[in-house]
Design a protein around this ligand. Sequence first.
Ligand code: ATP
Length: 234
Amino acid sequence: MNEHHKILIRLTGVTKSFMVGSGRFSALKNVDLEIRKGQMVSITGKSGSGKSTLLNIITGIDKTTEGSVSVNGVRIDKLSESDLASWRGKNIGVVFQFFQLIPTLTIAENVMLPMDFCNTYPRSDRRKRALSILQSVDIIEQADKFPSSLSGGQQQRAAIARALANDPSIIIADEPTGNLDSNTATSIFELFASLARSGKTVIVVTHEREFSSYFEQCISIADGVIAAGTSVNV
Ligand SMILES: Nc1ncnc2c1ncn2[C@@H]1O[C@H](COP(=O)(O)OP(=O)(O)OP(=O)(O)O)[C@@H](O)[C@H]1O
């Protein structure tokens, strides 16, 4: 097994419970999961099955009630809130269904924002880096425009560029093509696949079965439990 396919994310015995009324509700129940570097991974399941909770555990937004979460050798469930925020900014890029670009900033400025937050690159290098990422996702011509003048597909490319700003090892995308037509959605999945080939781990919550062939690992979740046999990969 080469470096490209080493295990990047490992959840062991993860339970996430919420207090509801006088009792406890477990949104994830004793989940064991391994995700490899450089893979395209889908998470599917009905509304309320635990998909967002699983993403929030992987990104450290939610703390586990029981169990451990290790990402690239770091036990993120053991990090303090401030270490976790900085870890997340450098290691996780997030892409949303409705893009969530800042309307008053240009596309290049949107891409520079995570670099500004995390201070990951010298200030004088940030615009150059943003432009090079915009070039790599094929929207360099849009760099100095505002989000509202871009098409939906271009806005999602800009959001992906922003997710790549700090060169994270993991890209998380929650229904990233839910607001795009089928051709545009295909081009976004092609872009994710090329990111996975370059070594990024791309985890996508999606309901769109027509894109299932893009995924090397499919995690199907129901009532907080990962369905047997669905999370196997190469
Ligand atoms: N903070 C919370 N407090 C109490 N219950 C919660 C909390 N967050 C999530 N839950 C419950 O945990 C379960 C899983 O929620 P989650 O948001 O992970 O589902 P999901 O699969 O992402 O759903 P959707 O597809 O609708 O976004 C749901 O029953 C939800 O009501």
